[in-house]
Design a binder for this molecule. Structure first.
Ligand code: ZN
Length: 262
């Protein structure tokens, strides 16, 4: 289940090559170093996420759905093949709806992760002081499991066939990596339609002006609707957090469970 070490290594090499060119042609922060603090940790997440975290997430979602399948009088496979009027739509229609609905749900889950104890988990993702494509993968397993638990089961219970988005998953993953990259793209008039690197990099600034802004992963519409849209005609700077997040992956993995009084 999931990619092999070889697949992952090839993936890193391809992404490194693509973003080396893009970040050189259109940098947001000019002359940013490729070799930077936290790079080894982030490469660690590049292994941890596909090899371990994603399996934890799949198992958690399956466990959450078992009682639901039982109520429906089916097995997990039956439940996840789509049902009712929702599941009777074409896979394309379902895919479009799944992408929009899950982006909406994820907007609110992301806002929730900016509060209370969940911020201790999410602060790890925000702790990179140098923002590039590789910083995107610094995500604590809880920050993967909880959003999936709150977005995937509701869609499956509603009747969607998750296979509808399977074809788009590589693109969606690439897109999530891209909006963290050191790119000055703001998409001009489309800035309000689609999350750009400038849009998401403002979410990562330490500056007060960008705090708790731009939570959307794909559609800034949610930020426009709920008053969290922020996109001045400047490039964002000063990334990171004031929280004492350790620089090393192992420290980061236990960080949410350490006493906050230290
Ligand atoms: Zn965030």
């Amino acid at each position: 289940m999931g990619p092999s070490l070889l697949n992952i290594t090839i993936g890193i090499a391809i992404l490194a090559a693509i973003f080396a060119v893009l970040q050189w042609l259109w940098p947001s922060v000019p002359n940013q170093k490729t070799i930077r603090p936290g790079m080894l940790s982030d490469l660690g997440y590049f292994l941890l996420t596909p090899l371990i975290t994603r399996n934890l997430t799949r198992i958690s979602v399956a466990l959450a759905l078992i009682p639901v399948a039982w109520i429906y009088g089916t097995d997990l496979q039956g439940l996840t093949q789509g049902h009712g009027v929702v599941g009777a739509q074409s896979l394309t229609m379902q895919a479009i709806q799944i992408v929009v609905i899950s982006d909406f749900l994820r907007y609110w889950v992301h806002r929730w992760f900016h509060t209370g104890w969940l911020w201790r988990v999410h602060a790890i993702h925000h702790s990179s002081q140098t923002m590039d494509w590789l910083a995107s993968v610094r995500v604590h397993p809880i920050n993967d499991v909880v959003p999936a638990l709150l977005t995937v089961p509701p869609l499956i219970i509603a009747g969607y066939n998750p296979a509808a988005v399977a074809a788009f998953l590589p693109f969606l993953t690439f897109y999530a990596i891209m909006i963290h990259a050191n790119l000055r793209w703001d998409y001009g008039p489309l800035r309000f339609v689609l999350a750009s690197p400038v849009f998401h990099r403002w979410h990562h600034t330490k500056l007060a002006e960008g705090q708790d802004k731009n939570f959307a992963g794909l559609f800034p519409l949610w930020d426009l609707l709920f008053g969290t849209f922020y996109m001045p005609r400047r490039q964002p700077t000063d990334f990171g957090v004031d929280d004492p997040v350790p620089g090393h992956i192992f420290g980061q993995l236990i960080y949410p469970f350490l006493s906050s009084k230290r």
